[in-house]
Unconditional design. Structure first.
Length: 129
């Protein structure tokens, strides 16, 4: 498929996810630096908030999938993807902070970029009929 045909969809994907990512970073920062919570616990809470709204936005707006007859199957696949990405995020975050000695916010940016690409590719398979 021509990349120029996918560009509007990619832009919707990034826009829909952008709000969740901004909220993720805000919660991560507030819980870690303001509330003094361990960055790994902050990341767990921020991830739950982020992924909570993304299913509906990605299904109905990004991929314009209005069908509801298979929503349970899609939700199940999405939950598997989100769980996998969540675990991968925690692993990358921990490794980059503890072993590469990066500041947790820099480490999170690196993990976010990589996992966003993976998320788009997998989400397309879930929502495109």
């Amino acid at each position: 498929m021509d990349l120029s045909l996918q560009l509007p969809q990619v832009m919707r994907f990034l826009s829909a996810g952008g709000l969740g990512v901004l909220l993720y970073y805000l919660i991560l920062y507030i819980l870690t630096d303001v509330a003094g919570m361990w960055y790994m616990i902050s990341a767990v809470i921020a991830s739950v908030v982020n992924y909570g709204s993304n299913f509906v936005l990605q299904k109905f707006w990004t991929f314009r999938n209005k069908k509801t007859n298979d929503i349970h199957r899609q939700a199940f696949k999405y939950a598997i993807m989100v769980t996998s990405l969540f675990l991968a995020n925690l692993l990358f975050l921990y490794m980059l902070v503890e072993y590469a000695r990066l500041w947790y916010l820099v480490a999170q940016v690196i993990a976010t970029i990589l996992l966003t690409i993976i998320s788009y590719l997998v989400s397309r398979r879930i929502f495109i009929n």
